[in-house]
Design a protein around this ligand. Structure first.
Ligand SMILES: Cc1cc2nc3c(=O)[nH]c(=O)nc-3n(C[C@H](O)[C@H](O)[C@H](O)COP(=O)(O)OP(=O)(O)OC[C@H]3O[C@@H](n4cnc5c(N)ncnc54)[C@H](O)[C@@H]3O)c2cc1C
Length: 268
């Protein structure tokens, strides 16, 4: 029996971290390494399927950001709107509690996004708040089908790195071009196929790849993170055509074309 479990609800402890360094991994992806004392008590389960944090991004150019406050009675008090941080969701690509470093890989998709723009501007010392982590885990899975667009590359990278060495399955990752691929380490029995392109037409090729993937015996887990319409199509395929139970699918709307985060739900 396979199960996908949500992490237990955590107290909303806000950690205020600072950018330690940034590195461009590929033309469209930037790694931001965050540090701070609070990371000594921050952890993610190794078997997490794409652990994530909520980043609280201060308004651009504000030297002293204001953070929400968790009152003694559990209520959350937000600062006034012009000093209020904006929340965005990103994957914990790598966490090293011993050096107190948290690595987050941002797709740089342009100035229209607060998260993307923050990563493009980030420089050592830039502050950011985080809540989390959040994650799901799964047990008793015979094989994995992983799929995602560029935004899911960090999550798929984390999952592959941390699956048991005898895990089996296939991963399909779509990035804009070959230059956006990254070396990934994972179980030998789990193949990785890269697809290239960015846009509506190309999303179809990721869906086609998922639909034509081998479907061996045993209990699969389908994990996907992608633009909402593609995620929906993969969800329909897994749930309706392959008749998987809800607990065998973890398929998230990572972003939605034309809509900022906060204006759509993540699916599931
Ligand atoms: C659990 C989870 C984990 C995630 N992990 C990561 C991660 O590790 N790295 C990462 O880069 N993203 C990740 N995402 C996706 C990320 O949260 C969204 O892309 C988010 O919208 C980015 O915020 P923004 O402020 O840049 O853009 P928003 O303000 O949310 O959106 C502004 C505009 O930009 C568009 N947009 C948003 N994202 C993209 C994109 N990738 N390409 C093109 N247009 C876009 C929107 O459609 C909108 O029109 C994750 C999402 C979830 C739910």
């Amino acid at each position: 029996m396979s199960r996908v479990k949500s992490a237990p609800a955590r107290k909303l402890d806000l950690l205020v971290l600072h950018v330690l360094r940034v590195r461009d991994l590929t033309p469209n992806m930037r790694r931001v390494v965050l540090g701070g004392e609070g990371l000594a008590r921050f952890d993610v389960p190794r078997n997490a399927l794409g652990p994530y944090v909520k980043l609280l991004i201060p308004p651009r150019g504000l030297d002293t950001p204001a953070w929400p406050i968790l009152e003694a009675d559990g209520r959350l008090t937000w600062p006034e709107p012009d000093r209020r941080p904006v929340m965005r969701t990103y994957t914990v690509r790598h966490l090293d509690p011993s050096t107190r470093e948290l690595h987050i890989d941002f797709v740089l998709h342009g100035d229209s996004g607060i998260g993307s723009r923050w990563a493009a501007d980030a420089a050592p010392g830039t502050p950011v708040g985080i809540w989390g982590p959040g994650c799901v885990t799964a047990q008793n899975i015979d094989w994995y089908l992983l799929a995602g667009d560029h935004t899911a590359l960090p999550a798929i990278g984390f999952i592959l790195e941390n699956l048991p060495p005898d895990a089996k399955g296939q991963a399909f990752i779509q990035v804009p071009s070959r230059a956006d691929e990254l070396p990934l380490v994972g179980p030998k029995g789990l193949s990785v196929t890269w697809l290239h392109g960015h846009g509506r037409g190309e999303a179809q090729s990721l869906l086609d790849a998922v639909r034509s993937a081998a479907w061996p015996e045993g209990r699969p887990l389908v994990w996907a993170g992608a633009e909402a319409s593609l995620a929906r199509a993969i969800r329909l395929y897994a749930r309706k055509e392959r008749r998987l139970d809800r607990d065998q699918c973890h398929i998230l709307n990572y972003w939605k074309s034309g809509a900022p985060e906060g204006s759509f739900d993540y699916g599931g």
